[in-house]
Design a protein around this ligand. Structure first.
Ligand SMILES: [Zn+2]
Length: 299
């Protein structure tokens, strides 16, 4: 798709890019041109020109809602730096890393697919989509929700935190996982990271925190039950760890001491998806040995 190039389209003009190139030579801002083009549906196509300088293909996001455009640029820069450090970006390969905030409590994953665009100006572009999804899946909802999750965790103001979490849950509310998912979670392991489930749980817990901070206890408990219902195995393991280690008298800990996970699942999971949560493992939360990292690159 050809598009006009105006000051609205370009993230930065030549002067700003060259200035950055001189003073921050490792910064991808300076070395590529970033175009942000409105699609017929009102969402945005955000893509690069010039990553060939770093022997990388150009990259794009598609279907980006207007309020996510600056997030898209942040994610794009982080993914470019990750590909540059790895020395490559392959069609149908995965990228994994910490793309949003330093110290975030989960890794992020995405897959690069050849973008189905035929025009001569955008022919060598890879589309960043959610992990393992086809190019046609478009907007990387899980990745963007995880990006907001990382920043929501750091937000100090509970009202701002609540707004961020609610936006993330609109973009990607998460799935109801199998009853056993997360039962043997090792906090250092990536098992729940693959589909950004850990980021999803992080959003629920940040929202719970924001609501507790505003004295909205009933709503907070509703979202805790929602998180438990979506990932009962994790909830069982987390509850065991909290009960064994924390006796503080506050609403969060008291909730977990009293929580009946089977009952919450029976009430909050979709019909036909309820079941018994797994027995808690004798080894306990967080004591599992780390498995060697699996190879992720598929091309
Ligand atoms: Zn362009």
């Amino acid at each position: 798709m050809r598009h006009p190039i105006t000051t609205d389209t370009r993230l930065a003009g030549t002067a700003a890019r060259l200035y950055r190139r001189l003073f921050r030579p490792d910064d991808p801002h300076g070395w590529a041109d970033y175009h942000c083009v409105e699609q017929p549906d009102g969402n945005f196509w955000i893509h690069t020109h010039g990553l060939g300088r770093w022997r990388l293909p150009d990259l794009e996001f598609t279907g980006v809602p207007h309020d996510m455009c600056s997030h898209a640029h942040q994610l794009m820069f982080a993914i470019i730096e990750s590909c540059r450090d790895a020395g490559a970006a392959h069609a149908d390969g995965d990228v994994e890393g910490v793309f949003s905030a330093p110290g975030q409590n989960f890794l992020q994953l995405a897959t690069l697919r050849p973008a189905p665009r035929g025009d001569s100006e955008h022919w060598n572009t890879l589309r960043i989509v959610d992990w393992d999804q086809p190019a046609e899946s478009g907007f990387a909802a899980r990745l963007f929700a995880s990006h907001i999750a990382a920043w929501a965790e750091l937000a100090g103001d509970p009202i701002q935190k609540e707004v961020m979490c609610r936006r993330a849950l609109v973009i990607f509310p998460g799935h109801f996982l199998e009853m056993t998912a997360g039962a043997d979670i090792d906090p250092r392991d990536a098992d729940l990271t693959d589909l950004q489930y850990r980021a999803n749980l992080s959003i629920y817990l940040s929202l719970v925190e924001a609501l507790f901070a505003q004295g909205r206890v009933t709503e907070a408990i509703g979202y805790l039950e929602e998180a438990i219902a979506r990932c009962p195995g994790w909830a069982q393991a987390f509850r065991g760890w909290l009960v064994a280690n924390y006796r503080r008298n506050d609403a969060f800990i008291n909730f977990w001491h009293a929580a009946d996970i089977s009952e919450i699942c029976a009430r909050c999971r979709p019909a036909g998806m309820a079941g018994s949560p797994p027995e808690q493992k004798a080894t306990g939360f967080g004591r599992k040995k780390r498995k060697p990292q699996r190879a992720r690159r598929s091309a």
